[in-house]
Design a protein around this ligand. Structure first.
Ligand code: ATP
Ligand code: MG
Length: 458
């Protein structure tokens, strides 16, 4: 007996998905597939190719890229040691202790909390700077963050994202990336879409650093009106105070200096050109001076998109420019901009606004009786499936009444009735379940009839 098996008379444990994770089930998965198919299509029309990086990477990659002081890296990552060669690494004679104690040399690895770091790592690893620039990549898949689970916030969640790496930092690139997300949302008929943009300058003295000093000074002046979190952030990360949703702090925050008034000339010019480029593309935006992003790598353009029906977790997309990131990871100086869409929230919003497709029933349920009919039913199922119909073929014989009831429960459009009479006459009975009408067809006519019905309904 294996170690995990229950002892005799012991009730086996009833397992449940781990807190913050969940099963995605039909019919909802049909909507997930539609969303992902649309992403492949739309991103393809903008010249993006798909990258599928691994789900875990060295912890250090995320620490360096996302930033050691960010919430993501300091408290949200799933990190463990990677015992590459167990035998070689366990100190001699050591038999007890946790893995981390036994394998002090093992590299620490983390489940990815986001994918931009991986895409940049891949760009460097595969010398993509030698390809025609810029390189345009998109990805989709699960991300992992140890956050407090709630509506629209999970520990395993899904992102669809894209990155433009290399080439220039032309404002038209920022605008086109934003246009692409908006086109995607538009194609999905996402409701209540609101795009907020901002520029957070770059880290030089006469730009963001200068602004942060002014912001700190202004925050000191209103410190006693702020809550403990914001008070602490005045020292650790003053920009994040602007993110605060605390009602009691809003009055004080409104009096703080705006970064747009403190950008260096190059950043100010870049920002106004991005806005102009968005207008040329007919993309409607709102300037939001309080939009700062929680990841260290952002500079200049930042943006966030919200949608309806999501309560306080209403951000469905966050993105921005990150020109220094590839270099920070040991690559050549490289421009970069990208975004990540929260797919779970996107799906929630589509469901809330009734944009989710109804459950997809079967096209045809084959009700058969008798050995000869079974052989014919198997052949009919094969032909119908080949023609693209969804077919349910019961594995064992059923009385016709029971079969029709079953067809109804499965939401089938038609029941194909095959008994010995039908088979010997060569005339098959097709019952339309919505109105109960019944007609007889030859095998060839039946396929035609179904094809026409399908063309009409789609
Ligand atoms: P938030 O402020 O909502 O926590 P964030 O700034 O942490 O978002 P990003 O790291 O920019 O988010 O990720 C981009 C998008 O991924 C978010 O806009 C959101 O839609 C989604 N997202 C982030 N964290 C989660 C999560 N734990 N569960 C579900 N979706 C998430
Ligand atoms: Mg977050």
């Amino acid at each position: 007996m294996s170690e995990g098996a229950p002892k005799k008379d012991e009730k086996p444990r009833k397992f449940q998905a781990i807190r913050g994770t969940r099963d995605l089930l039909p019919p909802e998965t049909a909507l997930w597939n539609r969303v992902e198919r649309t992403a492949h299509e739309v991103f393809g029309t903008f010249g993006f190719g798909e990258i599928r990086p691994p789900i875990f990477e060295p912890t250090e990659l995320f620490a360096r890229a996302v930033g050691g002081e960010t919430d993501i890296v300091s408290k949200e990552m799933y990190t463990f040691s990677n015992p590459t060669s167990l035998a070689a690494m366990v100190p001699e004679g050591r038999t007890e202790g946790t893995l981390a104690e036994m394998l002090p040399e093992a590299e620490m690895i983390s489940l990815r909390p986001e994918a931009t770091a991986s895409v940049c790592r891949a760009y460097i690893e595969h010398n993509m700077q030698q390809l025609p620039q810029p390189v345009k990549l998109y990805y989709m898949g699960p991300m992992f963050r140890r956050e407090r689970p709630q509506k629209g916030r999970y520990r395993q969640f899904y992102q669809i994202g894209a990155e433009v790496l290399g080439g220039s930092d032309a404002p038209a690139i920022d605008a086109e990336v934003i246009e692409m997300v908006m086109t995607f949302f538009d194609r999905l008929e996402l409701q209540g879409v609101q795009l907020d943009i901002n520029s957070i300058g770059h880290s030089a003295d006469n730009c963001r650093r200068g602004y942060v000093e002014k912001l700190k000074a202004a925050l000191e002046n209103v410190k006693d009106k702020l809550g403990p979190d914001s008070q602490r952030r005045i020292e650790t990360n003053p920009l994040r105070v602007l993110d605060s949703k605390l009602e009691s702090e809003q009055g004080s925050i409104a009096t703080l200096p705006h970064i747009a008034d403190h950008l260096c000339e190059a950043c100010a010019t870049h920002y106004s050109a991005v806005k102009h480029q968005l207008e040329m593309r007919g993309v409607i935006y709102r300037e939001n001076w309080r939009l700062v992003r929680g990841l260290d790598y952002y500079m200049r353009t930042t943006f966030e998109i919200t949608a309806q029906g999501l309560g306080s977790q209403n951000a469905v997309c966050g993105g921005g420019r990150y020109d220094g990131l590839v270099e920070l990871l040991g690559g050549p100086p490289t421009k970069g901009i990208g975004f990540a869409i929260g797919e779970d929230r996107l799906i929630l919003s589509l469901q809330e606004s009734g944009k989710a497709p109804a459950q997809q029933g079967r096209d045809v349920y084959i009700a058969w009786m008798g050995e000869r009919a079974h052989a014919t039913a198997i052949r009919a199922a094969k032909d119908l499936r080949k023609a693209g119909f969804s077919v349910e073929l019961p594995p064992v014989e059923q009385k016709f009444g029971k079969a029709l009831g079953q067809a109804d429960k499965l939401g089938a459009k038609y029941a194909l009735i095959l008994g010995d009479n039908e088979v010997s006459e060569g005339l098959w009975t097709l019952k339309t379940l919505a109105d109960g009408s019944q007609e007889k067809y030859t095998e060839a006519d039946l396929l035609d009839r179904l094809r026409k019905g399908k063309a009409l309904s789609s």
